[in-house]
Write a protein that binds this ligand. Structure first.
Ligand SMILES: NC(=O)c1ccc[n+]([C@@H]2O[C@H](COP(=O)([O-])OP(=O)(O)OC[C@H]3O[C@@H](n4cnc5c(N)ncnc54)[C@H](OP(=O)(O)O)[C@@H]3O)[C@@H](O)[C@H]2O)c1
Length: 249
């Protein structure tokens, strides 16, 4: 029996490409997002390419917390087991604090942190019942340090997501439930469509290949792609703030 992975935010960018790459590795997939037209196109593509595997889709707005629990439970019932859940849905809105854009910062905080908490809760209910499973949260290299300007709220949410994973890992260390956190650097996706290409940006395929490799190895923490993000991450984390802020966009 192929194993099953649930991916949130599978309608574009990293989630969509993770679906393609995990399908190629032989997994069944439970895919969700708000844009079901895109999920449906992806489902048709994957089913055509891998007829022996199962690809199910469901509409999900992660800010509808009741729907998060319902959709995760429905997927668990569909497949019988969920072997891995990837908490990936997120957005990159934000504005400098105190400039009248609480709406954008609140939307970022709700989607990237509170909704991620709902997804982790829903996944952990399934994993505790199964006494098995692999939880993966998608953080960001921006979680290494408090970020200035429009990145402040986003970076704080991604630090929060990483801490959810680490806290659970500490609790579940000697159990069959595994927990990983992935810190992507800049990987091309819809998130970057309206901004100038940041430095060290890699293609979706290359970036997601590094993510998938790390997830398959069940690494507790992965900075991806490793170059330049492993050394840059260490620099960001440990340099004094007046120096580190020069690396922050
Ligand atoms: N790309 C990068 O360089 C980078 C770097 C670090 C971390 N990340 C993280 O990687 C994750 C994926 O981002 P991406 O780069 O792939 O961006 P993206 O192409 O914009 O994809 C975001 C995904 O999240 C989903 N999503 C957003 N709000 C949602 C909501 N309320 N309910 C359900 N789904 C929602 C979107 O689906 P719908 O709109 O169809 O609902 C979409 O599938 C995010 O958590 C992001 O913070 C990305």
């Amino acid at each position: 029996m192929p194993k099953t992975i649930l991916i949130t935010g599978a309608s574009s960018g990293l989630g969509e490409e993770m679906a393609r790459q995990f399908a190629a590795l032989g997994y069944n997939l439970a895919l969700c997002a708000r844009r079901t037209d895109r999920l449906s196109t992806l489902q048709t593509e994957l089913a055509g390419r891998y007829p022996g595997q199962r690809f199910e889709i469901r509409a999900l707005d992660v800010n509808d917390h009741a729907q998060v629990f319902d959709v995760f439970a429905a997927f668990a019932a569909d497949f019988g087991t969920l072997d891995r859940v990837i908490v990936n849905a997120g957005l990159g809105k934000g504005a400098p604090l105190g400039t009248g854009r609480f709406d954008a910062n609140r939307e970022t905080a709700m989607t990237n942190f509170v909704a991620a908490l709902a997804q982790v809760e829903a996944a952990m209910q399934v994993f505790r019942a199964q006494d098995a499973g692999h939880l993966v949260t998608i953080s960001s290299m921006s979680a290494m340090r408090g970020m200035p300007k429009g990145g402040t709220t986003y970076a704080a949410t991604k630090a929060g997501v990483a801490h959810l994973a680490e806290g659970l890992r500490a609790e579940l260390m000697r159990t069959p439930i595994k927990v990983s956190v992935v810190y992507p650097g800049y990987i091309r996706s819809e998130m970057h469509e309206r901004v100038k290409s940041p430095p060290f940006m890699v293609s979706t395929e290359v970036g997601v290949r590094a993510m998938v490799d790390a997830i398959e190895k069940e690494k507790p923490k992965a900075y991806v792609p490793w170059w330049p993000w492993v050394p840059l991450g260490a620099a960001l984390r440990y340099l004094p703030l007046p120096v580190a802020r020069r690396f922050m966009s």
